[in-house]
Design a protein. Sequence first.
Length: 162
Amino acid sequence: MGYRVCFVCTGNICRSPMAEAVFRAHVAEAGLEDLVEVDSAGTGEWHVGEEADPRAVSVLEENGYAVEHTARMFERSWFARLDLVIALDAGHLRALRRLAPTDEDARKVRLLRAYGPAAADLDVPDPYYGDRGGFEECLQMVEEASVGLLAAVRADLEGRMA
């Protein structure tokens, strides 16, 4: 793989697997699946080994996204192989930048919604303790930001090939 993106939220069962599924679909639609690897992880180990939240799965599937997911925890050593580490909220951003072994690795960490339409708040709210509407809202935010993220990844790839 030429380019690696990892989405990170707290437990890796709601927001980050949703972002992973949506972005993977955008990558495939753009014909870049041979060049871009997409995965996800959590900042903590609470749900390691579990499948994605059933509410996340149902919202994704109802909107045409495929989901195969087992939660895992982000490891510091992964920075060396990743090009972008996409945090779903400011807390994840801070945790990941503290975890980064180098300044260069810390610069790989970005907020997902920074790639979307201008918003007062760049956090994707955690839908876990709410109802299905929170998962639908999460999906909408992820879809909006994925368009800009794909454009940024494509530009990065083109820069490497030039």
